[in-house]
Write a protein of this length. Structure first.
Length: 337
């Protein structure tokens, strides 16, 4: 059984209501936790002297540790929300949502993980290079980039926040969109293509709908969805999204106010959690952002095709054959009510 159909392993999991309840419970849990985080953050900042709450939370500045941290923390909440959705909405164990083996596969990570990281780094690097080539020097001192210089301490803090929260956000987004949502759609759709395409479209909700953000966001979601289906789990998609998230945030902070920073800003928005301040462009150089986003999208799609070939060779599969759960594997135990 392929990954996107694992929610049908037991008849009671595949009833028409369970996928809807899993998605609904995930969304409700996220809204509740995000509301608590936002209210708590505002109250905490209100007690601190000389802190501009509006600027710190809503500007989306890549050089602001506060803004980067809050956006990533909001995204990280998708991880517990998805766990709640699977367990109490879908009323099934979490294991089949991670992979066809119901657990993380270290062998897969060890043999193919480095290639996924290379793919993510290549996309961000090419976006930065194309941003430099197409960037406009006249916009370097525009109001949108003034005050974007960053000291060493502030830069270290931004990078530390990204390194700590970036992987958690990536795991949360993948578990939600490529896990809960993809398998919910897969309960009624046997072919993997419609669920992957529908899931990809849903990831655009709560994101800035400009071409510079749309193209890389679609490419990243499509690449992650295809990798989840082909590899039979979320290990490789999580690694890809983690790499793109951390490296694009680091590049946008280091090169803030330059063409390279604008080029990678599109990837920051594309990989951000929906509805957060990071899910929109905050650069003045739209041309560099658009060019960087297109370059990154093409790189992701091409390298995803390469990764599909590598996965096929590793498991001895045909090119369009996914890693599936063996028919002889024992059915997971039902979750007691």
């Amino acid at each position: 059984m392929p990954y996107h159909r694992l929610a049908t392993l037991r008849p009671e999991w595949a009833s028409w209501s369970k996928p809807l309840l899993a998605v609904l419970a995930t969304f409700i849990a996220y809204v509740v936790m995000a509301s608590v985080l936002l209210v708590g953050s505002v109250l905490a900042l209100a007690l601190l002297p000389r802190v501009n709450i509006a600027l710190g939370i809503t500007s989306g500045a890549p050089t602001s540790p506060l803004d980067v941290g809050l956006a990533l923390a909001m995204g990280a909440l998708w991880l517990p929300a998805a766990m709640i959705g699977v367990r109490f909405g879908g009323w099934r164990p979490l294991g089949p949502t991670w992979s066809v083996t119901t657990r993380p596969r270290r062998d897969l990570i060890r043999h193919l993980g480095v290639w996924v990281v290379v793919a993510g780094l290549a996309a961000v690097a090419l976006a930065a290079v194309v941003g430099v080539i197409t960037g406009s020097p006249e916009l370097a001192g525009s109001p949108a980039t003034e005050g974007s210089s960053i000291g060493a301490g502030q830069l270290i803090l931004v990078l530390a926040v990204a390194l700590v929260l970036g992987p958690v956000q990536a795991a949360g987004l993948e578990l939600t969109f490529r896990g809960v949502l993809l398998q919910a759609l897969g309960t009624g759709l046997r072919s993997p293509l419609p669920p992957i395409l529908l899931m990809t479209a849903v990831t655009l909700i709560g994101r800035e709908l400009t071409v510079a953000v749309l193209i890389p966001a679609l490419a990243l979601a499509l690449s992650a969805g295809v990798l989840a289906w082909k590899s039979g789990g979320l290990e490789l998609p999580v690694m890809l999204t983690t790499t793109v998230t951390i490296s694009s945030i680091a590049s946008a902070a280091l090169a803030s106010g330059t063409g390279a920073g604008a080029g990678t800003a599109a990837l920051v928005a594309a990989s951000a959690a929906p509805g957060t301040s990071a899910a929109g462009l905050t650069v003045a150089d739209g041309t560099a952002a658009l060019a960087g986003g297109i370059a990154a999208a093409l790189t992701l799609l091409v390298l995803t095709a390469v990764l599909i070939t590598l996965i096929s060779r590793h498991f001895g599969l045909a090119l369009l054959q996914p890693v599936a759960r063996p028919a002889t594997a024992p059915t997971p135990e039902a979750v007691p009510h």
